[in-house]
Design a protein around this ligand. Sequence first.
Ligand code: NAD
Length: 482
Amino acid sequence: MTLEQTATGYRSDLFIGGRWRGGSGERTFPVLDPSDGTVIADFAVATEEDCVAAVDAAEAALPEWSATAPRQRSEILRRAFDILTEEREHLAEIMVRENGKAFADALAEADYAKEFFRWFAEEAVRIPGEFRLSPNGDKRIVVTHQPIGVSLLITPWNFPAAMATRKLAPALAAGCTVVLKPASETPLTAAYVVEVLTRAGVPAGVVNLVTPERVGPAVERMMAHPAVRKLSFTGSTEVGRILLRQAAETVISTSMELGGNAPFLVLPGADVDLAVQGAVVAKMRNGGAACTAANRFYVHRSVYDEFAGKLTDALRGYSVGPGIDRANKLGALVSVKERDKVADLVDEAVTEGARLALGGRKLPDGAFYEPTVLLDVEHGSAITRTEVFGPVSPLVPFDDVDEAVRMANDTIFGLIAYVFGETGQAFSVAQRIDAGMVAVNRGVVSDPAAPFGGMKQSGLGREGSSEGILEFLEEKYIATAP
Ligand code: NAD
């Protein structure tokens, strides 16, 4: 189906070698609006042969693209930023429709997503190198960077635009060609972003888009293709482990942005109003479906009742409903299956003795779940060990800051943590937490100019910042005469 043929105007084809087309098996899969379960598009299914053709196209385009002047690549990315600035509402609407998120969350994501194009447009012309004399004076050490090669980019459904641009922008800035494989829940956003890049001037074959039905075998086949030298993956730790094993076969460089289980610490002496404000953002941004979402709240007993009361009050007034209605602050989860996972975790916590201060129910229609606050949750219970991915705030009281740090670090994950307290103490606690990112007295950290990524099983490598482009570059040392 082409853009012109769709009633909604959503492009729903594969993009291979500069051409929009259906899959060679001539099959489609439905894309659903999770707020009411309606089919909003039928997207082309990519066969394994289509996936291989996409890698072939990226391989064919690599020599010319990697040889383009950095300024030329930079200007294409900058144009993509300008287009998205013009069309941010349209991008937001696509995300609302296929992902279910609230309109304000979608607009915030559109703005975050486009910034990666601007940031890496600026980085494309600043790729570093070195030229120095060896210590014993026998040679010059020249260090250059070259594009790593054909890159496979795999993205999740929760931030369908930003997770794509956070990979596309540095890959293209570095001079790599790519195959993008979005989540099957949210292919329309990916197709739109790819279309924006073509309008900005990306040549044929540089960016390719595939949506296989049997993802595992199709991705494995692409990774076995000798041209693929990079895998940049954002998704669950479980799938990340599978891909790391597969990457070992052909020794592919990997960047892994995986799951989180973010602790949110409220220390004694914290400004409780500020902590509540931060908690609302850290928890409710994207309806809680964020790898950075505050997942478990450790609150010092001296401020516990006040924090619990004020957080509950702040969330009580949340309007829940279809994201397309801009009055709704909380949209749908991505699917009924995801919503049921959240509901099961809450039910289990309540059975184990946690008390519901707010919410705890599904809405009768659509994949909606109420904002929920759970009190007196046990550290170590399933809800504190599992990435909830929904609007649920489990509160655990603590008496001693060392104990809070121990509980915060008692996880296989290490993506992000939030610490609220008196500045000196909060900063020193931040240094003791095993996470790639720590927010001190604030509810959000993400910024294209800052390194995003996790420790432990939350990932490998960093996106954004100056590190982001290095993930798509290979360092080369040339020894020459002094
Ligand atoms: P997921 O791991 O199920 O899927 C992510 C992507 O991998 C999708 O495109 C999916 O189709 C693909 N995939 C699934 N099985 C595969 C396989 N066997 N081989 C290759 N690809 C496969 O994750 P999700 O449910 O889409 O997203 C939610 C997860 O993503 C959460 O764990 C969240 O924390 C994580 N996430 C992490 C970050 C970060 O930056 N660290 C950002 C957003 C989301």
